[in-house]
Write a protein that binds this ligand. Structure first.
Ligand code: AMP
Length: 633
């Protein structure tokens, strides 16, 4: 079937289309209603159906592929490598489920997972969905303040964590950050389950902390059946940054997500049972949820869980794994490719990559030189795909599993089945139908299966944030600018809001500003995202001090900059650390006091800041201009 017909059917007959896709997974009770959209914008998919994500990812493969690899863990940090067959994964997940039960976890409870890339993290996720508990994985690179706000929002009864992660050979202790986060949080989790990797010493809180290895020993023979849950039972929440300082808990369902992932593995990623999938993301991000853990396993594929850098021990490591495990589908981010690009392309040619069919890249714009370099070096199709934490699977890409279509450099592709993608005028909400018109990329409801159900415990915020951004229409806003060409390919032109994207990681400038403002010497600060050759964007901060003389000399300024960066590291994590903190005496604002972040950003990128008639104090912007034009210190 040609893709156009396939897509059109998903739009004209969503009930028929998704009823068919629903057959890709196992149901205990098949759904009665495919989509209930009686209360827009809240969509309920596969109503009446009962299923279980863990069953679909693990148990249902036991009949045919029990001894086949399911989870392959490789850590170039600790020098460990271990493969688990579906049978072994099933056993470990049941042990973990029994341990969680012994700590009081029941259906509907939240379990927060703050872990490095180790198998126990995957066992914990699968054990939660097995029990109908709702997991909330927090990226291990986040620090105590970020973690505390997520603990308060998710209100987990149990936190699963580990003594430490490791990055570039350096041990990164998790436990002190977790203890500090629990101290800061209002909600106190009853139990903390610790996996001890023997990397860092840990303080233990008596009565609260439990040791995973000892509890596992008590549950070696555990048999914990999957709990069948309604299709719209939440499987997890995953926090993502927005324009406010408070991250939003993106809530995902069970049935819709399982179907969406199964369908995407078939139509987009073209992964077959028995093959190996390698996504280089982290379980703390949405790509990790969808395409390290659930997607590949639902498709009966082995999935590689990799802890380490792409260039350690050398830039050939990923390709060595592709050869060794005969990886057929690979998923990474443009930033990682830009890191590899700094090394000899010969590293890619050293290994037998004949098994690999395609490399998918997502998370940030894929620039043409990067795409060209990796395409030439690998000699394989490079497939860009655009989506968000909120959607759970690609909005724009090429569905080569339906019809092979060429990719266009600079474009992630065309709308995926189920997504009613529109380009809308920012001011009027009017649909832009002509080619090359810039508009807000929006999606008309209902969002397809797999997309967020709501903001965790905050339906109002879901409606207000996502469905009220475009005037005169109730549509879902992606908060991205885009254009479409005459062939229907879309091009993403950046965010409409104050979210920035550093190395594929989404960060809210408000969160970073709040953290910097907590430094006692800072009166006010503006953080903007500035184009960067390696990371796509980096955060730049401009701070006004309560006492400007504190940064009078260059040495003082550098010292204070270091102090402020440390505050961000400790509160949010190094991922959120600005590339530079510069000191100014005033920030450019409108007469009504609104910070002109976009003008600051333009000046930092040596672009025209545009219309400045509303600026209160032009000297403030000139000061920033002088700083960024001066030779760097
Ligand atoms: P996240 O929710 O962290 O995955 O971030 C989603 C945002 O990253 C999107 O709204 C876009 O701004 C950006 N993004 C993701 N994938 C792409 C892509 N393939 N091309 C351009 N921007 C992308």
């Amino acid at each position: 079937m040609d893709y156009k017909t396939f897509y059109q059917r998903s739009i004209d007959d969503p009930q028929g289309f998704w009823a068919e896709q629903a057959r890709l997974i196992d149901w205990q009770q098949p759904p009665q209603t495919i989509c209930d959209y009686s209360r827009p914008p809240f969509a309920r998919w596969f109503v009446g159906g009962t299923t279980n994500l863990c069953h679909n990812a693990v148990d249902r493969h036991l009949a045919e592929r029990a001894d086949q690899n399911a989870l392959i863990h490789v850590s170039t940090e600790t020098g460990t490598e271990r493969a688990y067959s579906f049978r072994e994964l099933h056993t470990e997940v049941q042990r973990m489920a029994a341990v969680l039960q012994s700590l009081g976890v029941r259906q509907g409870d939240r379990v927060l997972i703050y872990m490095p890339m180790i198998p126990e993290a995957v066992f914990a996720m699968l054990a939660c969905t097995r029990l109908g508990a709702i997991h909330s994985v927090v990226f291990g690179g986040f620090a105590s303040v970020s973690l505390a706000s997520r603990i308060d929002d998710a209100q987990p009864c149990v936190v699963v964590s580990a003594d430490a992660g490791s990055r570039s050979g350096k041990v990164v202790p998790y436990k002190p950050l977790l203890d500090e986060a629990i101290r800061l949080a209002t909600h106190k989790p009853e139990r903390v389950l610790m996996v001890n990797r023997g990397l860092a010493p840990m303080d233990t809180v008596a009565g609260r902390d439990a040791d995973y290895a000892s509890l596992r020993e008590q549950h070696l023979e555990a048999q914990v059946p999957c709990i069948w849950v309604n299709a719209d039972h939440p499987s997890y929440t995953l926090y993502t940054s927005g324009t406010t300082g408070k991250p939003k808990g993106v809530q995902r369902d069970t049935g819709g997500y399982a179907v969406a992932l199964a369908a995407s593995m078939k139509h987009i990623f073209c992964g077959n049972p028995g093959e190996t999938y390698f996504s280089t993301s982290d379980i703390g991000w949405v790509v990790g949820h969808s395409y390290i853990v659930y997607g590949p396993l639902i498709a009966g594929m082995a999935t590689i869980l990799y802890e380490g850098l792409p260039v350690r021990p050398d830039a050939g490591i990923w390709w060595q794994l592709v050869e060794k495990y005969k990886v057929t589908v690979m998923f990474s981010a443009p930033t990682a490719v830009r890191v590899l690009k700094k090394h000899d392309a010969a590293f890619l040619k050293k290994y037998d990559l004949s098994s690999l069919r395609a490399l998918f890249l997502a998370g940030e714009p894929l620039d043409e030189p990067t795409a060209q370099w990796i395409a030439d070096s690998l000699g394989k199709p490079i497939i860009d795909n655009y989506w968000q934490t909120e959607t759970g699977w690609p909005i724009l890409t090429i569905a080569n599993g339906v019809e092979k279509k060429p990719s266009k450099f600079g474009s992630p592709g065309v709308p995926m089945y189920g997504y009613r993608v529109k380009l809308l005028h920012e001011g009027t909400g009017e649909e832009l139908t002509g080619p090359h018109q810039k508009g807000v990329l929006a999606i008309e409801g209902p969002l397809p299966p797999g997309c967020m159900q709501t903001v965790w415990r905050d339906d109002e915020r879901f409606v207000k944030t996502y469905w009220s951004a475009v005037p005169n229409r109730q549509v879902y806003s992606t908060f991205d600018w885009a254009i479409r060409d005459e062939d229907g390919y879309y091009f993403i032109l950046g965010r409409t809001d104050d979210v920035i994207n550093v190395a594929g990681h989404r960060l809210g400038t408000r969160e970073i500003e709040e953290s910097i403002s907590s430094h006692p010497k800072v009166a006010e600060v503006a953080v903007v995202g500035v184009a960067d050759n390696l990371k796509g964007q980096v955060a730049m901060a401009f701070a006004v001090l309560k006492d400007p003389s504190e940064a009078a000399s260059e040495a003082q300024a550098l010292q204070l900059e270091g102090e402020i960066m440390k505050v961000v590291d400790q509160q949010l994590g190094a991922v959120a650390r600005p590339a530079r903190v510069r000191f100014v005496t005033a920030l450019p604002k409108t007469r009504s006091g609104k910070l002109l972040r976009r003008a600051i950003q333009a000046v930092c990128e040596h672009r025209d800041p545009g219309d400045l008639t509303t600026i209160e104090d032009p000297a403030a912007l000139q000061q920033i201009q002088a700083i960024v034009s001066a030779p760097t210190v």
